[in-house]
Design a protein around this ligand. Structure first.
Ligand code: 6PG
Length: 252
């Protein structure tokens, strides 16, 4: 069952979840994208100790680390660089100098070294594109059918920025303890319905993110949820986290 929450501030709700898992020392995959970025900025405002956590990149653009399209640069700027060193989680960069396939092979080795041959992330934070891509799993591209490797190169992106990518694969996302999609805006409503409606559209990548032994949660704003049947919505977002990434006085 998909736990679907609708809230006026989905990024803040996901920031709370992220903070809880980070404070518990979890392994977390982060996505790129503008909506997730706001969640990371909110997490960075917390004064909690996240030093036991490990952050992975769910996907990366194959560009230098200081390129403005780099997800590593985004996560550093929005989150880790804002925290004092002693409270900062470990961030696992993708070595983009190796090219898409080399970067994927190296990242897969890192995952195996840290978490074994069948890695189980504690949390994967996912975005959703208007074409229903998630991470760098694009409709019609081979990466969405990968069922063995943990990370693969994506020589051609399906959407802007049109640079090669490396992405974690469905076996990794579907083994996670919890997967949370953070989606906002009316331009995503059709994608939300295709990926998570009843029945989902099997031709799109996000419809295949279904963690078998884990939880799947969607955190949406009203606009992104507009094309879902109202009975599908589990409940308004309760304050999921024990800690809050919001500052004092910031209402949810
Ligand atoms: C990437 C992302 C990608 C993103 C979605 C949603 O690196 O491109 O990981 O999957 O999360 O495209 O992005 P927005 O929130 O910006 O629409």
């Amino acid at each position: 069952m998909i736990d679907i929450r609708v809230t006026s501030d989905p990024a803040a709700a996901v920031a709370d979840l992220l903070l809880d898992v980070a404070c518990a020392g979890g392994h977390i995959a982060l996505s790129g994208g503008s909506t997730p970025k706001r969640a990371y900025e909110l997490v960075s405002r917390s004064d909690a100790d996240m030093s036991a956590a490990t952050l992975w990149l769910g996907d990366e653009r194959i560009v230098p680390a200081d390129d403005e399209r780099s997800n590593l640069r985004m996560v550093r700027g929005a989150l880790t660089d804002r925290l004092p060193e002693e409270r900062r989680p470990r961030l696992m960069p993708v070595d983009t100098t190796l090219g898409p396939d080399g970067a994927a092979a190296a990242y897969e080795s890192l995952l195996r070294e840290s978490l074994g041959n069948h890695p189980r992330l504690d949390l994967a934070v996912m975005g959703l594109g208007p074409d229903c891509h998630t991470a760098s799993l694009f409709p019609g591209k081979p990466a969405m059918h990968e069922n063995r490797r943990l990370a693969v190169g994506v020589p051609e992106a399906g959407m802007e920025p049109m640079v090669a990518r490396m992405t974690l694969t469905l076996p990794v996302f579907n083994s996670a303890r919890e997967v949370v999609f953070l989606v906002a805006g009316a331009d995503k409503a059709d994608a939300v319905r295709r990926a998570f409606g009843t029945p989902p559209d099997e031709s799109v990548p996000a419809a295949h993110v279904r963690p078998g032994a884990g939880k799947l949660m969607l955190v949406l704003d009203e606009a992104a949820a507009a094309e879902l049947a109202s009975e599908a919505v589990t409940s308004p977002m309760r304050r999921a986290g024990k800690r809050s990434a919001r500052g004092p006085g910031e209402a949810g």
